[in-house]
Design a protein around this ligand. Structure first.
Ligand code: NAD
Ligand code: IPM
Ligand code: MN
Length: 360
């Protein structure tokens, strides 16, 4: 029996709903493959603010540090949107990424043949799309100093954030991206705004330099505005994309929609050491929270990424991924991916379908 300590962070909104479904599935696969998952729940986001006054209590970070992997659902909601910055759910999420040094965020966007009709683009445009966005996660404008709202000499307020990257920050994310590209089709596109931003010029220079060490990877560069356009124009031109924190946030939501719904997209946040953190790309979806409408598949696929990249349990990961494909092939759809003639299910029922498939 292999034993793993998994920290569960259900968070807010649909978070607890999609995580509950996922944990049941992990338990079943654990029994089947002789893996002993030891789950421990901890607080982050709005629920943590309500209970402790802080979006990331010290205790949560401690529990995460002592575990083999962290499975996060989502944080945030209207209720906390007007609190001071340091007490916002989002600040807790940034703090856990920084606290665990998770500088590399892998966000795959794969078009599943079963879901071609759920995409808002034409089938021939999205068919076969398989993109890996490698997003820098602990630097850039999310973390740069100075930041804040300051008063100017004339007494008006001035909001400031700073986009900054050091060479070493660029190098370590570039290395992750080149290695990812090597394992995939060997094509890497670096996205920046080097025509305007100095921080992007340094990014481009360092990525180009690193490229010399990877002659087998075909490196290209795009400006972020063009990249956004190309993603919807002809997504098949992309394989691996590497970009900074903010551009990666935006482009990965756009890439998500190619696949039909943001409710399908998982992600892995990795550092140089354990634990990694695994979370859907989407947020807490407050508009549908508590209604059993959420698509749990991004969370289930995030658990698959945890098994593959965080725990080195590829067999279990494949089991989860296959179950998801099979549920879709059998026609089960939550509202976000619903199309004509398919079987409408809620979050819980989708979970039950997956359990039934795994048991058969
Ligand atoms: P969102 O991703 O939560 O929702 C965007 C839209 O997609 C909504 O219409 C929502 O209903 C839908 N959606 C998202 N996930 C879905 C799922 N699994 N199934 C079906 N539909 C789904 O983004 P938002 O509305 O901009 O943000 C809501 C809150 O979530 C904010 O507080 C934001 O800061 C937070 N957020 C958190 C994370 C995270 O925890 N990693 C990520 C993004 C946003
Ligand atoms: C994401 C989210 C977060 C981000 C927010 C909630 C801090 O949008 O995980 O994509 O911008 O990184
Ligand atoms: Mn985002």
């Amino acid at each position: 029996t292999r034993q793993y300590r998994i920290t569960l962070l259900p968070g807010d909104g649909i978070g607890p709903e999609i995580l509950a479904v996922t944990v049941d599935i992990l338990k079943l696969v654990g029994t089947q493959l002789d893996i002993d998952f030891q789950f421990q729940e901890a607080l982050i986001g709005g629920v943590a603010i309500d209970e402790t006054g802080k979006p990331l209590p010290d205790e949560t970070l401690e529990i995460c540090r002592s575990s083999d992997a962290v499975l996060l659902a989502a944080i945030g909601g209207y209720k906390w949107d007007n609190l001071p910055r340091e007490q916002r759910p989002e600040t807790g999420l940034l703090a856990i990424r920084a606290g665990l040094n998770l500088f590399a965020n892998l966000r795959p966007a794969t078009i599943l043949p079963q879901l071609i009709d759920a995409s808002s683009l034409k089938p021939e445009i999205v068919e076969g799309v398989d993109i890996m966005v490698v997003r820098e996660l602990t630097g850039g404008i999310y973390f740069g100093e100075p930041k804040g709202i300051f008063e100017t000499e004339t007494g008006e307020k001035r909001g400031v954030n700073t986009m900054a990257y050091t060479e070493s920050e660029i190098d370590r994310i570039a290395k992750v991206a080149f290695e990812a590209a090597q394992k995939r089709s060997g094509k890497l596109c670096s996205v920046d705004k080097a025509n305007v931003l100095d921080v992007s010029q340094l990014w481009r220079d360092r990525v180009t330099l690193m490229g010399k060490k990877y002659p087998d990877v075909e490196l290209s560069h795009l400006y972020v505005d063009n990249a956004a356009m190309q993603l919807v124009r002809e997504p098949k031109q992309f394989d691996t994309i590497v970009t900074g924190n903010l551009f990666g946030d935006i482009l990965s939501d756009a890439a998500a929609m190619l696949t039909g719904s943001i409710g399908m997209l998982p992600s892995a946040s990795l550092g140089l050491e354990k634990p990694g953190l695994f979370e859907p790309v989407h947020g807490s979806a407050p508009d549908i929270a508590g209604q059993d409408k959420a698509n749990p598949l991004a969370q289930v696929l995030s658990a698959a990424m945890m098994l593959r990249y965080g725990l080195n349990e590829p067999k279990a990961a494949t089991k989860l991924e296959k179950a998801v494909l099979e549920a879709l092939a059998q026609g089960y759809r939550t509202g976000d991916i619903m199309s004509q003639g398919m079987k409408a299910v809620g979050c819980k029922a989708m979970g039950e379908v997956l359990l039934r498939i795994l048991e058969s």
